[in-house]
Design a protein around this ligand. Sequence first.
Ligand code: NAD
Ligand code: UDP
Length: 342
Amino acid sequence: MAKILVTGGTGYIGSHTVVELLKSNHEVVIADNLINSSIDVLDGIEKICGKRPDFVKIDLADSKAARDLFSTHKDLDAVIHFAALKAVGESVNHPLKYYRNNIFSLINVIEGITKQGISHLIFSSSCTVYGLPDRLPVTESTPVKSANSPYGNTKQIAEEILSESCSVNKNINCISLRYFNPVGAHESALIGELPLGVPNNLLPFITQTAAGLREQLSVFGDDYDTPDGTGVRDYIHVVDLAHAHMAALDRLIAQNNDTNYEVYNVGTGNGHSVMEVIQSFEKVSGVELSYKKVARREGDIAAIYADTSFAEQKLGWKAKLNLDAMTSSAWKWEQSLRSKKG
Ligand code: NAD
Ligand code: UDP
């Protein structure tokens, strides 16, 4: 059993990971400023696990507050750093907000673990670092392309900061996980994604349309060079993603890592088009979705999916849940949200 600090632990991916950590009898402290999540998430976690994680409300970009957090939690074994702002469009209009929040938080976390002698760190990166890849599937050695948003740039800069910090400080052991497209929710429908306002992402937009909150889904582009002309992504169930963090943590704690900075793709390895996601959703929900095909969305690429063999080989982790499990759990979560709101 280890004691783990989970930053951003009341957020979407963080909360699902906290559930897996508690189920494995780890002790968890969540640090979150609730800028994009709700304190009620702790109730959902407790209902699933029968245990409530400790919670500290803190802005990790505030260096003094972060120093206090680490000095009052000296006995941590590892940190999983999810906390970040993630809205691509907002980052284009407010770049400094994104650089300040995401980069300052990361620096404060690295300084905190260094000062307290905590050696294990897992960081949330993204497949956005690959930009428009020349070849598919992308491997971890596929070149990183220049970012097309300040948000994407914060992930690239963060990876550089981590790689450089690890190269000078061999006491830090870090794994960056490059997530592909996380979707779905816990099977209990007690935790899930809580998009603020109109969702930008495909699956929450689909479930909100089916629930009657949105009139119609716009399918952005049907003239891509893909089998049915719509965009292709590597959707990964958030519970599979949570398990990838468990595998990364096990690797660090067992000191099985080959180098003190490792990077892994975390996807299923399968690309699905927008139309395939819609068809899966209609099949599992029995709801006929209102959608129309419109022009491409600016900044979108045609297709991206992961080569996951490195994670399979080194982390002993492989995604298990298929597209229908993703769309049905997302729908169950949407319905549970609607029933709560009456
Ligand atoms: P989320 O917004 O649901 O969770 C992030 C959490 O961090 C929120 O609870 C928010 O309140 C908190 N937070 C943000 N800034 C903070 C700060 N300064 N101090 C303390 N807490 C702060 O997002 P998520 O989808 O769970 O994403 C988690 C991580 O994964 C992020 O780093 C994100 O960039 C990365 N990621 C997400 C996706 C995705 O599609 N969801 C894809 C790739 C990478
Ligand atoms: N998409 C769409 N309509 C929407 C939202 C997304 O057609 O309302 C498409 C988008 O063009 C992309 C895929 O769905 O091909 C996934 O988009 P999302 O924003 O969920 O993730 P991204 O990969 O862009 O980060």
